[in-house]
Design a protein around this ligand. Structure first.
Ligand code: ACO
Ligand code: ZN
Length: 475
């Protein structure tokens, strides 16, 4: 693959003639990609989102690798571009979205009878089948939601240091709302915060979040790890900490076991915290729209305790009233804590709350690529746990179970139960009824996975009574 050295030494970034005039927004070309997890460099096709010339005359191009998630988008120098294979933008290519999640979404609507039998017979598992998330629409809801009138700007950010007038566009959506200008789209498609310091962690953001403009030029922004207020310097943070005396998130601690706690926060009562949390979360959530009205949401913050306080690990939000029975709106494990089982702990907690409510629930769709992996893994492990327990209890006979019973025991919604069973090819139609068969392979895989799942939610440690929000005049 050809690569080109940048021989440009034009120090004037405002010069009207650039040697890279032929490379502009919307062009596609192979770009050298070498991520931390890759041994060798690759040259996938990428789209030019923007370009700039820095004070040294070095041209940089912001690229999106077409078949990769946007969190890999980055500024690259000209030598990483294979200019020989450039393709000019086609008109329709502007509207294309190419997230990994979108590529995974497929509609399947195979009906499954509610009555099934579990048998010990083996089947070729697990299959490499496809996902059965049934919706590919992009969510317009999430971190906070605008109510009733979408154009109502009455809810304003109160948590940070800036007024809303200083903020970039107030939707953090990655798709362009009707009537907005193309340049807004370019702004929100690019990461705008270089680095984040939160307690003892430095975290590299994945996506755009509408932090005030003046913070976007700082090499690092600093967040108070307890109230999540954002600041542009360590000095500001130190000054802030002399006034901010909290060592845990606001709200009620509704769970504590060992070092793990959960705090419930009402988006109406703790608006500043909720808005700061949403701004932070947006840095890692691509497919959700950010609005400033957090009133309709509850936020469940998971913390880890040490002698310095209760440190935020992740959270999920939940609508006070969900017409579609969603039990999670957004879910996030901060990157410094990811892939350690905390995501599944958050998911488990959300289903424990649903069990207390006596409801089934489901996460709001569409899921992100990582959201889908985590939920599918949780659903699989939870259903297998129930099925294996049933089988162990009834050694001689083949146990019978209905899909509804599985839903009741787990609080997982019916479509998620059936899609999980289908995904792993566990359910078959046999002699007039549905049969779930668990192969040795899947049983062994499950045993290994459960051995790794060290931290679990202990339902006895939850101190929480659900509120009936529909009976309240106001959230
Ligand atoms: N690559 C491959 N597999 C992964 C990855 C990854 N980067 N991250 C998680 N997984 C898998 C894990 O292997 C695990 O499965 P396994 O136990 O079967 O091996 C499963 O996902 C869960 O892993 P956890 O460690 O419990 O989850 P984690 O703490 O990493 O959090 C989460 C998962 C919350 C999705 C996290 O990746 C995140 O915050 N991502 C950014 C925000 C996001 O996408 N949220 C979901 C949006 S959808 C919604 O909000 C409803
Ligand atoms: Zn603070």
């Amino acid at each position: 693959m050809a690569s080109r050295e940048s021989s440009v030494t034009n120090g004037d970034s405002s010069a009207s003639i650039s040697p890279y005039d032929c490379i502009f927004e919307g062009c596609q070309l192979p770009v050298c990609l070498r991520s931390e997890t890759m041994d060798e460099e690759e040259w996938p096709m990428a789209e030019i989102i923007s370009k700039k010339c820095d004070s040294n005359g070095q041209w940089r191009f912001y690229v999106h690798y077409n078949s990769y998630n946007k969190r890999l988008d980055e500024w690259v120098t000209a030598d990483k571009l294979d200019i020989d294979h450039i393709q000019l933008p086609r008109k329709e290519s502007k509207s294309q979205t190419s997230t990994a999640a979108a590529a995974l979404i497929k509609n399947t609507s195979r009906a499954v009878s509610p009555d099934v039998t579990i048998s010990g017979a083996s089947s070729p598992l697990p299959s490499s089948g496809e996902t059965v998330i049934s919706s590919s629409r992009r969510s317009s809801v999430a971190l906070g939601r605008k109510r009733k009138n979408e154009n109502d700007n009455s809810s304003e950010p109160v948590g940070g240091e800036s007024s809303p007038a200083q903020l970039p566009p107030q939707t953090g959506s990655m798709h362009r709302p009707i009537g907005t200008h193309a340049s807004d789209d370019v702004v929100t498609r690019m990461k705008n915060i270089e680095m984040l310091e939160l307690g003892r962690h430095r975290i590299k953001p994945w996506y755009f979040s509408p932090y005030p403009q003046e913070l976007t030029t700082e090499p690092v922004i600093y967040l108070c790890e307890f109230c999540l207020k954002y600041m542009k310097s360590l000095t500001c943070l130190a000054r802030h900490r002399t006034k901010c005396n909290i060592f845990h998130p606001p709200g009620n601690e509704i769970y504590r076991k060992d070092t793990i706690s959960f705090f419930e926060i009402d988006g109406r009562k703790n608006k500043a915290y909720s808005q700061n949390l949403c701004l932070l979360a947006k840095l890692f959530l691509d497919h959700k729209t950010l609005y400033y009205d957090t009133d309709p949401f509850l936020f469940y913050i998971m913390t880890e305790y040490d002698e310095h306080g209760f440190h935020i690990v992740g959270y999920f939000s939940k609508e006070k009233e969900s017409s579609e029975d969603y039990n999670v709106a957004c879910i996030l494990t901060l990157p410094c804590y990811q892939r350690k089982g905390y995501g599944k702990l958050l998911i488990e907690f959300s289903y424990e709350l649903s069990k207390i409510e006596g409801k089934t629930g489901s996460p709001e769709k569409p899921l992100s690529d990582l959201g889908l992996l985590s939920y599918r893994s949780y659903w699989t492990q939870t259903l297998l746990e129930v099925l294996i327990n049933m089988k162990n209890q009834e050694d001689e006979t083949i146990p019978f179970v209905t899909i509804n019973e599985l839903c009741e025991q787990t609080s997982i919604r019916k479509d998620d139960v059936t899609s999980t069973l289908q995904y792993h090819n566990l359910i078959h139609y046999y002699k007039g009824q549905y049969v779930i068969s668990l192969s040795n392979e899947i049983l062994e895989h499950h045993e290994r996975s459960m051995a790794k799942r060290k931290i679990r939610i202990d339902p006895k440690c939850i101190q929480w009574t659900p509120k009936d929000w529909s009976r309240r005049g106001k959230w």
